[in-house]
Design a binder for this molecule. Sequence first.
Ligand code: HEM
Length: 488
Amino acid sequence: MMVDFLSHPPLLLFHLLSLSLIACVVLWVLKNLTGTWATRVANYPPGSRGIPWIGETLAFVAANNGSKGFYDFVATRHIRYGNCFKTSIHGETHVFVSSIEAAGAILNCDSIDFSKRYIRSIAELLGDHSLLCASHEQHKLIRRRISNLFTVDSMASSINMFDELTIKTLCSWKQKGNVVVFNEALKATFTAICKMVISLEEEDKLEMLRKDVFEVSEAMLSFPLKLLGTRYYRGVKARRRIDDSLRKIIASRRKGLERHEDFLQCFLVRDESLHDDPWTDAQILDNILTLIIAGQITTASAIAWMVKYLDENQEVQERLRALHLDLALKLSHFPLGLEALNEMPYACKIVKESLRMATIVSWFPRVALKDCQIGGFQIKKGWIVNVDARSIHYDPTVYDDPIKFNPSRFDEDPKLYSFLAFGTGGRTCLGMNLAKAMMLVFLHRLVITFRWKVTDPDSSLEKWAMFPRLRSGCPIHVTGVGAECKLP
Ligand code: HEM
């Protein structure tokens, strides 16, 4: 019997829907079959692209929302597929590679085969002029201009200033007894970087800016949907507030009402060595925010991890303390300067080992500018290739017994491209020396002033954090070791 579909619209709709569904399933199966076939023939990296259009975005989002942190998404696939695999996130194909050879090849040929690329949410929150997001040509200029400002003199005064801030922070711990290391370190690193970049010192303005910068960085991994109430929306609003307050500072400097020895003052004038004009407000805003975000949470997280590792490794802590109590007797100058840091070789190894184990920047994204080969696999133009630094730092063929905290492993120089805490190549961290110096200063003052006990050993990670950091923030109880804590 023939059914007259036209006289039964609901039936017609039902059949059309069923047919579309079947067509989708057939297309998906075909796509996967041809995809698997293509992978075998062209030797593309193994891995799943997940469900159509969405890819593995939901699994990525779920990992961001879990206590093991977003890296768990990569770790599970690394175990399943090995040193090179592909996936699909936010509609783009991502490849993760974790061999030191591939890391060297990718990170050293920025601009020829690969260029830096962040996910949309990060790029939109930081802005087009940000050093982290600028196109290759622009990046070279911005980078040279900013790196000119990290002079020996500016480093020396930053170290002095951070020492004073650290002492002030530790003195306040004497009364408190219990503190959360991440929060305390964040205040100190934030204050130091704001002073270096924009000479901002008023407590209330610093506190407002700190909250907004935190809001922006918490939105960086979220889905870029500007819907009221979403994390991303809050980040965009916070970015606007930051722009408004920085614009006031810039305007007052441009009118000559204020003048300071800081990065902002240099951005406002022509850089003769580079024949580069003064920067526009937009260039200044994007890059000031970039420097603050790149520098404060990273360093504060690294300090919190270091304090936790030293709590778990008391023999290392005691050895360090003995060395530094001796050093403190020898150091006549106050506050600490560059020369003092050269007297801290064991502490330097502790800093490096903490950075290896914490791997604050877990992977480095680059977009392939043309079809190429990595680790024997075919990579297509437009794919995002991520150098998985964390896997390299935990590779037992690279680091003996990698889960053990062992600063002495740095008695010898690590293999080429095996220590990637600050990246390598044309995009190496600009604040590397400053970050290491801040960690050393903090460590020195901490071990000569206090013994500590971590009061919450939970190692869960903060959800949605751009850089892996302890959810607990590393709470500790401190007791004095006897050395006097003097305010400058
Ligand atoms: C422990 C603390 C820090 C860690 C672990 C860290 C790590 C990194 C890494 C791995 C990169 C390279 C990413 C890539 O190649 O894709 C990077 C880039 C960068 N870092 Fe850091 N960083 C730290 C502190 C700082 C500080 C204190 C500043 C400045 C105040 C800073 C400023 C920058 C900038 C501006 C870049 C971009 C460089 C470019 O793209 O040319 N970082 N950082």
